[in-house]
Design a protein around this ligand. Structure first.
Ligand code: DCT
Ligand code: MG
Length: 396
């Protein structure tokens, strides 16, 4: 019922090249302007999603439900809530009424119901019930232990174990990761700050250069997307002379251990098979890079710029650090695959398969049988027929 003249292309709100249409209510004899985003692409990898956005209350509510679904190992439901939240994060303005969401993709019935409730009542009953549920609280506390996944946490919850202290008292046999997770529980559940990440980066650089001069170290994960805090720090290591990076991790780990920087580490060797035709196609989304899951030790108060006063009992600052080694020829794919966010990565792979009949992993991109080479992220986006999205806009 809107006359063409009533539609204004509001270029200031042109968001990521997405046309945003403002319906001029004056012309419709109603006061105020109503935002109606009529064309938002449905894949998160087609959109710019900045870290700071306009719909935090709504995305927080949806994230709780996503987390609850993931803890209940209901992956499909979790992804649906994550997609809905990501859509809202990409909007150029605050949503004030459900009618503004008409025609937008990614918003399923359930997500829409939650959004409407929050818009009308300020809270969603389902979200409130979830956050107060004993099971959700216990599952969060238990999976908050490094080395504990949803399956294990659920088994313990059914045995009446709700907290890390319950677990400690239970006498359960824990593996090495879980023992470290329990030992450093409080420290590991404090957010890692950017300056701690930088301090760890300097240590990693010293370690890597001590055993392989010329190697390149890149901060990846959330910090590369501009986050100021994270649950861990992720680094990608490579060397311009392909092959020099082989077997690097054990040497780096020995150096770090000798200097007393590691509280825990587990290294896994690489398992990719490089052939003339390119890296082997992955059987799953799992990476096969040489990788080290570790817990670093930093001296408290020297490296921490935590806005919260650090507990007096804190003897060390324990920080989760992931190190990944990639051959130079796969570096761009590893960089893209490890920058995240998790949903952005999932959407890239979904786009590749469903829209381009290609397969993307952190090792390679295949157009059916043909390996597509790339030495930068920009080239990979181009191969995929996507506009380049910089890391700071991949916060889907
Ligand atoms: N990743 C992924 N799929 C997963 C796990 C990880 O694509 N299932 C990629 C995307 C992000 C990157 O690896 C690092 O993972 P995390 O450290 O878990 O994510 P993050 O974005 O760095 O989050 P945080 O800031 O909390 O560390
Ligand atoms: Mg991270």
């Amino acid at each position: 019922s809107v006359h063409l003249l009533d539609i204004v292309w509001y270029t200031e709100s042109m968001h990521a090249g997405i046309p945003v249409i403002i319906l001029d209510r004056h012309r419709l004899q109603k006061p105020g302007l109503e935002l109606a985003v009529v064309s938002v692409p449905s894949y998160a990898c087609q959109r710019h999603t900045p870290l700071l956005h306009h719909n935090i209350t709504l995305t927080d509510a949806l994230s709780i439900l996503a987390e609850n679904a993931e803890l209940g190992e209901n992956e499909g439901r979790g992804v649906a809530f994550r997609r809905a939240a990501a859509l809202l994060k990409s909007l150029p303005q605050e949503v004030r009424g459900a009618e503004q969401l008409r025609g937008l993709p990614c918003l399923g019935e359930h997500s829409l119901r939650v959004i409407k409730e929050v818009l009308e009542d300020g809270v969603s009953l389902e979200v409130e019930t979830t956050t107060h549920s004993e099971q959700f609280k216990a599952m969060k506390a238990l999976t908050g232990i490094f080395g504990v996944g949803a399956k294990t946490a659920d088994r313990w919850f059914r045995e009446g174990i709700h907290t890390p202290s319950d677990l400690q008292r239970s006498g359960h046999t824990l593996n090495r990761a879980q023992r470290a997770g329990l030992q450093y529980y409080d420290e590991l559940n404090l957010p890692v700050t950017k300056s701690e990440a930088v301090a760890i980066g300097q240590i990693v650089e010293r370690a890597v250069h001590a055993v392989l001069p010329g190697a390149e170290i890149t901060l990846i994960g959330g910090f590369r997307r501009g986050k100021q805090t994270g649950h861990d720090v992720d680094f990608l290591i490579t060397h311009p002379d392909e092959g020099r990076e082989e077997g690097l991790m054990p040497k780096v780990v020995s150096w770090l251990e000798a200097q007393g920087f590691l509280l825990y580490q587990k290294t896994t060797g690489n398992s990719y098979l490089e052939s003339k035709e390119g890296p082997a196609r992955p059987a799953s989304n799992m990476d096969r890079f040489e990788r080290c899951f570790s817990i670093f030790r930093l001296n408290p108060h020297t490296h921490s710029d935590s806005p919260h006063p650090l507990p007096q009992t804190l003897v060390v600052v324990a920080v989760r650090v992931d190190l990944v080694v990639s051959p130079y020829s796969q570096f761009a794919f590893a960089l893209l695959g490890w920058t995240g966010s998790k949903l952005f990565e999932r959407e890239l792979r979904r786009w590749a398969v469903h829209e381009k009949a290609m397969t993307l992993s952190s090792h390679a991109l295949y157009d059916r049988k043909r390996y597509l080479r790339a030495s930068s992220e920009e080239e990979i986006f181009a191969h995929l027929g996507l506009e380049y999205i910089p890391p700071c806009d991949r916060n889907a």
